[in-house]
Design a protein around this ligand. Sequence first.
Ligand SMILES: [Ca+2]
Length: 228
Amino acid sequence: MRINPKRRLTRRISFNLITAILSLFLVSQAAQANEIAIWNFNDSNLTIDHGTGVLTTDFIVANVLFAAGTTNNARLGDLAGQSLSLQGGSSTANNGRQLTFNVSTLGFSNIVVSFATQGTSTGFNNNQFQYSLDGTTFVDFGPAYAPATAFGTVPLVFTLTSIAGLNDNANAAFRIVFNGASSATGTNRIDNFVVDGSPSGVPEPGTAALLLSGLSGLYGLSKRRSRK
Ligand SMILES: [Ca+2]
């Protein structure tokens, strides 16, 4: 059957239009990373500042302080304000202690955690980032890190997209274990602790590409058929 050239043109235009709209939608969705939880410490406490989550610590209370913060990794227009400042403590008793951030990731996938940090020369220089799928058992993620001496402009980023169990998980949790302090007053500061994720149920870029190539294939097939 020979197809009317005008009809063919209309069909091609509609197909291209649909593809373009779908591409735009998928790209915008895939690129979207939403802040699930943010601590900016500007009000000098451990209470979450944006989103929902709970921060706890087993540090000696007297060694949990707040000092000048940074805009490194600041989100949603947050000011530098204050940051969390953790001291080694008497007899460096806080070596081995931790900060734990409990953040439900329900509705989100592709979890990424980032924060700004700095440390003094006798502060904690051997710190381990961990994650938990049940809020109880924590697993090391990435190598131990030593903070730079200044916040700088580049945050520490832990990309947890390969940990599928962290997606849509009401019991997700993140932890920093501090070690290596060599004086009572050695400190680490932490600011703008952010848990990011992309809305679940949205195709990832790879899936979107597959979908588009599938559509192109279908279009090619229908064109070949209409030529016969
Ligand atoms: Ca701050």
